[in-house]
Design a protein around this ligand. Structure first.
Ligand SMILES: [Cu+2]
Length: 298
């Protein structure tokens, strides 16, 4: 066969390969986008700050519900003590002022009163401790987990690892222009990130939290979870989200200039969708760990 014809065939072959690669990449990108949309479609935003809001965000874990309950209980105790102290002050101001009480008493001790104002607060504190300490232990004692996620605070973004699935990615805050593209509304500026943390509903998630440079804190109010991210230390906490949805949190430890620009997004989805997400993510965010380990094994 003449050389020119062979070259022509080679050229056509190359063009065809490029064209085929282009088509397949378009096809696969399309498939991926559709499935990513499918996975998160219809997810409601549950936990986020609202204008004028003064109370807690909706509680979707047992821990958050317990914290809200403890807060309510403490509120009533504080209210009773505050009313009692204000009434006592008003009573003392009127009863023992100079006009009403021209000749003051000269005693300096009143044993019954002194014992009372020492013992009563002790009882109040012990009563509070009966409820607050078990909750503290509940937060710290991590049940057998279904999934482990490691969050690392960096100046100024979070990076995440799913060590059991060899996935790792960074979560960078979206600019105002990018919000729509990622399916967020304009009022979610400063809350939304490009890559969310994704967890299955009703599964116990062990969060391991650390810092790469300075102290940050990983917090999702609706989960009742707030843990410092300390460099050189691995803090642990856990949650079991009971409602599908999108949840927002923020770095909650002053960590420098862009402290306000490292938000946290957690998407809680069904187990079925989570598996789909895992399949996508293990391609998109495959970590280097497995390769390093393989090289060592060889
Ligand atoms: Cu921070």
């Amino acid at each position: 066969m003449p050389l020119k014809i062979i070259k022509l065939f080679e050229l056509l072959n190359q063009r065809f390969t490029v064209f085929f690669l282009f088509l397949s990449s378009v096809f696969f990108c399309g498939v991926k986008l559709v499935s990513a949309n499918e996975i998160f479609s219809g997810l409601e935003t549950v936990g986020k700050p609202i204008p004028g809001g003064i109370s807690f965000q909706p509680a979707v874990t047992e821990l958050a519900r317990d914290i809200n309950w403890l807060d309510q209980m403490l509120f009533w105790i504080i209210l009773v003590i505050s009313i009692f102290v204000v009434l006592l002050l008003i009573y003392a101001a009127f009863k023992f002022n100079r006009k009403a009480n021209p000749v003051p008493q000269t005693f300096t001790h009143h044993p019954v009163l002194e014992v009372t104002w020492t013992v009563v607060p002790i009882f109040i504190l012990v009563f509070i401790g009966i409820f607050s300490l078990p909750l503290l232990y509940k937060q710290m004692e991590i049940p057998e987990s279904d999934l482990t996620i490691k969050a690392t605070g960096n100046q100024w973004y979070w990076s995440y690892e799913y060590p059991e699935h060899e996935i790792e990615f960074d979560a960078i805050m979206l600019t105002k222009d990018e919000l729509g593209e990622y399916g967020y509304s304009q009022d979610e500026y400063l809350l939304a990130t490009d890559n969310p943390v994704v967890v299955p509903i009703g599964k116990i998630v062990r969060m391991q939290v650390t810092g790469a440079d300075v102290i940050h804190a990983w917090k999702i109010p609706s989960f009742g979870v707030h843990t410092d991210a300390m460099p050189g230390r691995l803090n642990e906490t856990w949650f079991k989200a009971e409602r599908e949805g999108i949840y927002f949190g923020q770095c909650s430890e002053l960590c420098g200039m862009n402290h306000a620009y490292m938000p946290i997004v957690v998407k809680v989805i069904s187990q079925k969708n989570f598996e789909k997400w895992l399949a996508n993510a293990s391609e998109e965010f495959a970590s280097l760990h497995s390769e390093i380990m393989l090289a060592k094994a060889d």
